[in-house]
Design a binder for this molecule. Structure first.
Ligand code: GLP
Length: 239
């Protein structure tokens, strides 16, 4: 694990974008896992600059970490829509190369199909991650077994409250999701974690230096062989 502590989120985003660019220059048809939430936004901005400078992402295949159950894909807060806005449009990607779970009317079948799609693509070369305030990865909440594949999960009250800022009210935040499991995430060949802001300091410390186990899903990263961590000073406060 290599940990970089920098003064601000923008610089952290640039470092992670460079890590992604290094992979794509070596492996143009790389498979990259992408995250939603506010943490990865500086990464996508910095990647857009690299694309403007000539980085070719046209052969990359992308897999989102998770998707809400119960929101139609065209809902502005579905992760499909969020990735369309924040990744596909600014980077000029082919939308068909960006896979997002499609829970529809059978989220359990969708979870199994998504896991199979990742396997068929050859697995994930580099998984970009944010981390929840309680240490969650994707929507794998504390207590989730490390080996679990893509599955249907229930969001904790704390996570729904955190994500309520994107919805008119807490009541409208979905209660279920399809998420890559910790088994899926753990099988990625490399990982890049970005965390910024004081609210992440405790989760970052627990994930990177605390005991390894399901009580902190992020601690899975301590078992992964190639982990690039970019933190701002505030998020690194507890490490
Ligand atoms: C969400 C997402 C996670 C994300 C986390 C942190 O619930 N499912 O993938 O890492 O919350 O979000 P943020 O980066 O906005 O703090």
């Amino acid at each position: 694990m290599t940990t970089h502590v920098v003064p601000d989120a923008r610089t952290a985003g640039s470092l992670v974008a460079e890590r992604i660019a290094r992979l794509v220059r070596a492996v143009p048809a790389a498979v990259i896992g992408v995250a939603t939430g506010s943490s990865p936004l500086p990464v996508y901005r910095a990647l857009a600059d690299l694309v403007d400078g000539g980085l070719d992402l046209s052969r990359v295949t992308w897999f989102a970490l998770d998707e809400y159950v119960g929101l139609p894909p065209e809902h502005p807060e579905s992760y499909r829509s969020v990735l369309d806005r924040e990744l596909v449009a600014p980077l000029g990607l082919d939308r068909l190369r960006v896979h997002v779970p499609e829970p529809g009317s059978d989220p359990y079948a969708a979870a199994a199909a998504y896991e199979a799609d990742i396997v068929r693509a050859g697995g994930i070369d580099l998984q970009l991650l944010g981390i929840g305030g309680n240490g969650h990865l994707g929507f794998n909440e504390p207590g989730t077994p490390f080996g679990i594949p893509t599955h249907v999960a229930e969001l904790t009250h704390a996570t729904r409250r955190d994500n309520a800022r994107f919805f008119p009210s807490l009541l409208e935040v979905p209660t279920l999701c399809v998420t890559q499991g910790l088994g899926t995430i753990g099988r990625a060949r490399a990982h890049a974690l970005i965390a910024t802001g004081e609210a992440k300091a405790a989760a970052v410390a627990a994930a990177l230096t605390g005991p390894v186990g399901p009580e902190c899903p992020g601690s899975l990263l301590q078992r992964c062989p190639d982990v690039f961590v970019a933190l701002d000073d505030a998020a690194a406060g507890g490490v």
